[in-house]
Design a protein around this ligand. Structure first.
Ligand SMILES: [Zn+2]
Length: 450
């Protein structure tokens, strides 16, 4: 722009101390920009340039200076069961199948309905927003409530079109689950924050015929498929006993190993399976804390990265983790990856930040829209205050974000250019109401088990 032109009026200018784009044109970018600002207008990133240029060219309705703070793309939580936040801490320190069969499944049978899910989702979304997460990939009952609640609070979400062989509060069986899921997807086709994925729970809860149907529709319409796979050694052992095949082989024969697949957990992988996943462009949703807490196993993330597999990060549900904290997951993913490989160079801070942002966006087929700070992308952004005792001094802000920062350092969050967290406070939620609701449900649920 020449100097005689008037500055353009825009919605927001953000001037962080450190700007971390994470990716450029689909490529990895392990770089931090200093003295740069981001210009947002109508929900989109309009410009990224040195501060003096931005000041010359734009006038903003709001200019936010973030001294001592880093700006990153909004975190993408690639595996949640958000409404389960009301079961947080209900049963802990148990192996997966015992935990599911004796505690979680009975509690779900008794309590899960529309009201439970709405209350659980509000609590979960408030927790995620305060933790810098702008997008979540969910799999749970009552997905119509998940979609409605995410829309109400303006949070970006991929809603799982849930599928089991057996009936539940959401439907009578595979046929109805499929029908209701696709109907819901149709209902939200004009909402740009709400997307859909097929969510067949796991290879051991969904049989071949419905999986084949999902594969056909997913491949035709490029709809993501979100599924727990190879979570534990027992799962693989049981499948081998029942079918003579490892679950991954069965899914390959059903035509599900494609770039649409988001394979959650994947703690049990052979060398040839890693190559198979890479060849077929499958994404992995790595949930290190859930895998550690349930002693499920360790996903070989560095080997997968080296083979070229896209890695995303998820927290899993609040009942198995017990929080929705992507900062904790990034740090755990780095640490666990290093221990597993016996190499301090494995799973670097940058790779884990990439997985928690762009990796998730890619898994959800939304990498054209979110996952990095680039001109033309949606303004889904998270600011982190590094001007704290625990994070100073800062030599490398990416390292500080992964290894020192906690979610309480998240100061601002935007989704589609809308402020969701301002100066550490939720914009659209009443925290006292959320706390009262959580306590109310805890009392109801504890009475029923005691
Ligand atoms: Zn899960």
């Amino acid at each position: 722009m020449d100097s005689t032109q008037q500055p353009s009026l825009v919605d927001t200018i953000i001037s962080p101390e450190w700007l971390i784009p994470v990716s450029i044109n689909g490529q990895k970018l392990d770089k931090t920009l200093v003295n740069h600002s981001v210009v947002i207008d109508k929900g989109t990133i309009l410009d990224i340039a040195p501060n003096h240029e931005i000041q010359q060219n734009y006038q903003a309705k709001e200019h936010i200076n973030l001294i001592g703070q880093a700006l990153i793309p909004g975190l993408v939580n690639c595996h949640t069961h958000a409404a389960m936040s009301l079961f947080k801490g209900l049963a802990d320190d148990l192996p997966l199948m015992l935990w599911l069969q004796n505690h979680i499944w009975p509690a779900e049978q008794q309590w899960v309905n529309d009201q439970f899910c709405a209350a659980g989702l509000q609590l979960a979304m408030a927790e995620m927003l305060k933790s810098g997460t702008t997008c979540f990939n969910d799999m749970y009952f009552q997905p119509h409530i998940t979609a409605k609640t995410a829309k109400k609070y303006g949070m970006r979400a991929t809603i799982g079109m849930l599928m089991f062989d057996f009936p539940s509060v959401w439907g009578s069986g595979p046929e109805e689950y499929l029908h209701k899921g696709l109907q819901l997807r149709d209902d939200y086709k004009h909402n740009d924050l709400i997307n859909f994925a097929f969510a067949p729970h796991a290879p051991y809860t969904v049989s071949d015929a419905p999986l084949k149907k999902i594969a056909t529709i997913s491949n035709e319409l490029a709809i993501p498929v979100h599924m727990h796979i190879h979570e534990t050694a027992q799962e693989v052992k049981d499948a081998l006993k029942a079918t003579g095949k490892r679950p991954l082989q069965r899914l390959q024969e059903l035509d599900l190993l494609t770039p649409n697949l988001i394979a959650v957990h994947m703690t049990q992988l052979q060398r040839t399976e890693i190559e198979l996943l890479a060849r077929n462009g499958v994404s992995i949703a790595h949930c290190p804390q859930s895998n550690m807490k349930l002693a499920s196993g360790i996903s070989p993330i560095q080997e997968l990265l080296t083979a070229g597999v896209n890695i995303a990060i998820g927290t899993d549900g609040n009942a198995s983790n017990n929080d929705l904290d992507m900062f904790g997951e990034m740090e755990s993913a780095a640490m666990l990856g290093k221990v597993f490989c016996g190499s301090a160079q494995a799973c670097s801070a940058y790779e884990m930040l990439f997985a928690a942002t762009m990796g998730g966006a890619k898994a959800l087929a939304q990498d054209e829209l979110i996952g990095s700070i680039e001109i033309g992308k949606a303004a889904d952004l998270t600011a982190i205050n590094l001007n704290t005792i625990s994070s100073q001094p800062v030599y490398d802000p990416i390292s500080q974000i992964v290894y020192t920062a906690g979610r309480e350092q998240v100061s601002y969050v935007w989704i589609n250019g809308q402020l969701k967290v301002r100066e550490y406070q939720l914009v659209d939620f009443d925290e006292n109401e959320l706390l009262a609701s959580a306590k109310h449900w805890q009392q109801k649920i504890s009475h029923s088990i005691n």
